[in-house]
Design a protein around this ligand. Structure first.
Ligand code: SF4
Ligand code: SF4
Length: 231
């Protein structure tokens, strides 16, 4: 999932200063799971802003809405008309969600209330950890399901570096060395030969910005349907 965290309240307050009718929009998927931008967080932020406005004596109308996904047109469409009744939208989604909302609500300003951090997993309750940097050339199969790009701070492909000590990373003694983890798991799997092969440098052209992915079968089927309806 995409992990984000809420911006400091002072920054959020500043970003919506002067707005008289504000819609706070949550996202019910990734950022809801990491407790940054779901329904509860929308409610909390709305309450904080209402209190801050009351203390300042400013009269601001604040609406609240949470949709299933802000990165999917299908879920945004039903709230477009409603959103147009506001002066600004404060989105509690990841950066992708904020951008699609901004495209669909144009020219309404859509302001981010979160900082998007990484693609990760829930390690334990309340703790999320980065697991993937979307490099476009996945090597997990070779390294026992442990990503050296995301889990080693130096993203070393032929590790470990000289700083690995007792299974810990030299950048932080509380952090496992990704390469120690890879070694241990490959060893249990009887696949240590995998790290005897020198990994070639990654082809960074695979990590294209901006990246796009097209499912040819799906697009073709959609086009055929359109042509059939036109006949
Ligand atoms: S190798 Fe690349 S795609 Fe695979 S988990 Fe790591 S960063 Fe993500
Ligand atoms: S100690 Fe391990 S995880 Fe840390 S930078 Fe070196 S190889 Fe990467």
């Amino acid at each position: 999932m995409i992990v984000g965290d809420r911006k400091p309240f002072a920054e959020i307050k500043e970003s919506v200063q002067g707005c008289k009718k504000l819609l706070i929009a949550g996202c019910g998927t990734c950022v809801s799971v990491c407790m940054a931008g779901g329904e509860k967080e929308v409610e909390l932020l709305a309450t904080e802003l209402r209190m801050a406005n009351k203390l300042k004596g400013s009269d601001v109308e604040i609406g609240e809405v949470t949709i299933q996904r802000q990165c999917d047109r299908e879920y945004i469409e039903p709230i477009v008309d409603m959103a147009r009744g506001y002066d600004e939208v404060l989105s509690m989604a990841c950066g992708a969600g904020v951008q699609l909302m901004a495209d669909m609500f144009e020219p309404l300003p859509v302001i981010p209330a979160l900082n998007t951090r990484f693609i990760g997993i829930a390690e334990e309750e309340g703790i999320w950890a980065e697991r993937c940097r979307a490099c476009g050339q996945c090597v997990l199969g070779r390294y026992a399901g442990i990503c050296p790009i995301a889990r080693c701070p130096k993203s070393i492909l032929n590790g470990p570096c000289g700083g690995s000590q007792g299974g810990r990373c030299e950048t932080d003694p509380n952090r496992d060395c990704a390469w120690a983890l890879i070694y241990d798991r490959l060893s249990k799997m009887g696949l240590l030969d995998n790290i005897c092969v020198v990994a070639e440098p990654k082809d960074f052209r695979a990590q294209d910005f901006p990246a796009r992915q097209i499912n040819e079968d799906y697009v073709k089927a959609e086009m055929e349907e359109v042509h059939a309806t036109e006949k």
